[in-house]
Design a protein around this ligand. Sequence first.
Ligand SMILES: CCC(=O)SCCNC(=O)CCNC(=O)[C@H](O)C(C)(C)COP(=O)(O)OP(=O)(O)OC[C@H]1O[C@@H](n2cnc3c(N)ncnc32)[C@H](O)[C@@H]1OP(=O)(O)O
Length: 636
Amino acid sequence: MNVQGKSSYHEVHARSLADPEGFWAEAAKDIDWIEPAKRIFDPSQGTYGRWFAGGLVNTCYNALDRHVERGRADQVALIHDSPLTGSVTKLTYAELLNEVQALAAIMQDFGVAKGDRVILYMPMVPEAVVAMLACARLGAVHSVVFGGFAAKELATRIDDAQPKLILSASCGIEPGRIVQYKPLLDEAIRLAGSKPKACIVLQRPQLTCEMTPSRDYDWASLRRKALNDGKRAACVPVAATDPLYILYTSGTTGVPKGVVRDNGGHLVAVKWSMFNLYGVKPGEVWWCGSDIGWVVGHSYIVYGPLLHGATTIMYEGKPVGTPDAGAFWRVISEHKAVAFFTAPTAFRAIRKDDPEGKFIRQYDLSKFRTLFLAGERADPPTVEWAEQQLKVPVIDHWWQTETGWCIAGNPVGLGMLPVKHGSPTVPMPGYQVDVVDEAAKPVGPNTMGSIVIKLPMPPGCLPTLWNQDARFKEAYLSEFPGYYKTSDAGYKDEDGYVFVMGRTDDIINVAGHRLSTGGMEEILASHPDVAECAVLGVKDAIKGEVPCGFLVLKAGVKRPPAEIEKEIIALVRDKLGPVAAFKLAITVGRLPKTRSGKILRGTIKKIADGESWTMPATIEDPKALDEIGEALKGRV
Ligand SMILES: CCC(=O)SCCNC(=O)CCNC(=O)[C@H](O)C(C)(C)COP(=O)(O)OP(=O)(O)OC[C@H]1O[C@@H](n2cnc3c(N)ncnc32)[C@H](O)[C@@H]1OP(=O)(O)O
């Protein structure tokens, strides 16, 4: 029996835990396999076992070819809606397949084959989707790097992934400015030890770029020639356990972690989620308003909707200012989207500009059924506002780059459970979510602890980090034996609803972007005038949190602190990128510490957030906290 739409959540979830292999074998029937898996789950492989071991498959075939073969050739697969360039472009499944086949053939000419890595440093243009699928077609491993990262971050990823080829564009477009990608790409390649064989560069009409002879190739010319010559690449069979992509995410140091996604587990899980979680049917229009540089963009701009035979919207714009706070409603109405997935930060921005929801009432949203929120904790006031204004269910759900799909959510397709504001609802099938104490013992309902997932994780979740099994085990599996550590803290209530309250490490969430304060501290500490520093996330009404850096200057530095603070802000933008939203650097005489020398970050944060705090018993000198309070006056 296919579980789709026939079972209630509790029955489905219980079955997924009692008989995981039976459950996922059934879900795997929605995928076209070249060879079915020999074992649905093989516990002897990999770091904690592998899903669909022995299976052969091709992700691109499942996303495109099979739909073209089975009657969806003329259905629109991809709508690119760009208020930033004033354009809407639509590609049918047949057209998208044609583009992907041609680009895959071009990549083959550059020697790209199964297992080779290809980095994509691309803005939100249809060519980025074509490139991801072309890699999948060849069994090459794509690694998309978000455009808001600076050259050094790109260089780190180039060195780790060692790509044969890089695909990029001349520019990205942000409100009021054009972001030149090419100088960033050139600088990253200069910084990286590993050099790609070639770069294919899309020249956008808004700003073209210089090409580096014998390294850079013009995307449009290659495409024209491939199409004219009738060059098309076929799908390459890959093992279900082979990597589909690497996606880097912030670690607790400045070195990002290369999250590996396999082909088979990812196919089964994201396809399953499209109806059972999101309630979307094949042929319907779905919109995930994220960026392809994030996991949400991978799973739900590209793979999920296309595997499902839906129409996906790719949006190059912002919630406000492109041109106004009605932008989202215009897109939903114009393209008749039935469901929309975005981050709470976007809704906070809209609410600020249009508190009474006047724009919402200017559009026909009659087709729109559900709003999904993820990327950061959905604060109850934002959820309530969205519910009141849109009059559709507003579903918060919680997941991570590592998991690739939802850990806890409210399964619309299986039958929605009552919403509890502040909770992303319940664990999805395959996830046994426990809350444990420091000794890895489950705690009772409504008791805070570390949120962990019992091994094995379900299909779709990371099997390891790229070339770093040991780091994977150390970072995720060692602290709570038998569990995956989410590094999120929270509790479950008496109904099994999960409440995610915050991180247990140095990661902060800025506008739905996951950033390491440790990584930022490394940048601050590299400034010649800085003796010591601490970066922590402070409350922000729109972005949820923003980083705030505290600096202690070296003895003898005579320059005005304001000048150094400006340099520090520029340095973070230059080294990490604008996405860090690092705009607050504050010079202090010293950092408050415990007697053993630990910086009192938690207390500093409470002071910055205007929350009540108590003097830590172990503080070295209580006056240091008063000094922080003074320094913060008028700054946050
Ligand atoms: C569930 C698993 C996950 O959590 S996956 C991650 C999910 N997160 C998301 O989907 C992210 C959600 N957030 C957003 O989409 C944006 O923050 C929204 C809400 C649209 C607001 O965008 P924006 O106004 O640009 O603010 P921001 O904080 O994102 O940007 C900060 C600065 O970075 C820049 N930036 C942004 N994107 C790019 C890009 N692709 N290329 C170059 N620059 C970029 C922005 O322009 C902004 O720059 P500036 O400081 O204003 O000059």
